[in-house]
Design a protein around this ligand. Structure first.
Ligand code: SF4
Ligand code: SF4
Length: 306
């Protein structure tokens, strides 16, 4: 079985295989590497996995190295040696690009952008963010084996909005020649029972999207924002507050730089001055109960002033 797989494995990579999974806290980086590691072990490979969690529970960088093959010694992937990078967040993906094999490496990246609070130094609404502004087209043209996927949208369509990581697992499965049924069996054993169906649907969505992208000319699949008319999106912050999860601790209220949050009569947090909110995400990051999600809806675009 192992020998057969080894012969089939290099659909795009040859063993020993190095897969780097990167993102920010709360996105499910570790779940991807756990599923991949388990699957590789089941197929008879030697597997080494190492992971580093970012500071705090959400928002900090998280990355995981997975290496598998006949003999694996170091658990970490040297720079320039990753066969595949799976990035759950756009800027994190770009940050780790030096680790990708220059000629043959595959980049699988979610188009989701999570702008850290420290990128919001200018707190005026719609101020320019200190966040990477390279366009998809620029990156895709640089890396022949690359695919950018709206994983969050696909996961939402599957009814499990938080399963963007499983969508990316589906995309990853097209770069490694393991049987899709084997991937699904591991996913079933890994995710909470109530979410199995949605996660399997998310996995299939990721596979389908990835296979469809392989048929397209990548650079024609993404809008070009790379020339002198580069545009910056205008964001309209929108807070999604899950009142049942709010424990009235007041942390977000005290730390909100714009003082636009307060506790209502039921001691549940509310955004009482929405026009002041800059979308800095400080409240989302600091809430110990995951009661706030900040969405940066794109209204339209303006010239960046470059
Ligand atoms: S409500 Fe949240 S996102 Fe808006 S300014 Fe305050 S801390 Fe930032
Ligand atoms: S930090 Fe979270 S739990 Fe605390 S008041 Fe704000 S929303 Fe509620």
């Amino acid at each position: 079985m192992k020998q057969q797989l080894k012969e089939e494995l290099p659909s795009k990579v040859t063993g020993p295989c190095n897969v780097l999974v990167v993102g920010v806290g709360g996105q499910g980086v570790v779940m991807i590497s756990k599923v991949l590691s388990t699957l590789c072990q089941q197929q008879g490979f030697v597997v080494k996995q190492s992971e580093v969690h970012g500071m705090a529970k959400r928002g900090g960088s998280v990355f995981s190295h997975v290496r598998f093959g006949d003999h694996i010694y170091s658990p970490t992937i040297p720079e320039g040696e990753a066969d595949i990078i799976v990035a759950l967040e756009w800027a994190e993906g770009l940050r780790w690009l030096p680790y990708l094999k220059s000629e043959t490496g595959t980049l699988i990246v979610d188009t989701q952008q999570i702008v850290p609070p420290f990128a919001c130094r200018d707190r005026r609404v719609n101020a320019r963010l200190g966040y990477v502004d390279k366009s998809l087209k620029e990156i895709i043209e640089q890396i022949p084996n690359s695919m950018a996927i709206d994983a969050v949208d696909l996961a939402t369509d599957a009814g499990v909005p938080k399963a963007a990581n499983t969508v990316l697992l589906g995309a990853l499965s097209t770069a490694l020649n393991f049987d899709p049924e084997a991937w699904k069996a591991v996913i079933e054993d890994t995710v909470p029972p109530k979410t199995i169906s949605g996660n399997l649907q998310a996995f299939e969505s990721g596979r389908s999207r990835s296979l469809a992208l392989e048929q397209e000319i990548p650079s024609e699949s993404y809008p070009d924002k790379s020339d002198a008319t580069r545009q910056m999106p205008i964001y309209k912050p929108r807070l999604e507050i899950t009142g049942d999860w709010c424990k009235s601790c007041d942390i977000c209220v005290r730390f909100c730089p714009e003082r636009c949050l307060r506790l209502d009569k039921q001691q549940i947090v509310e955004l009482f001055e929405p026009d002041l909110c800059t979308g800095c995400r400080m409240c989302e990051w600091l809430c110990p109960d995951f009661a706030i999600n900040v969405h940066l809806d794109t209204e339209h675009t303006i010239e960046s002033g470059k």
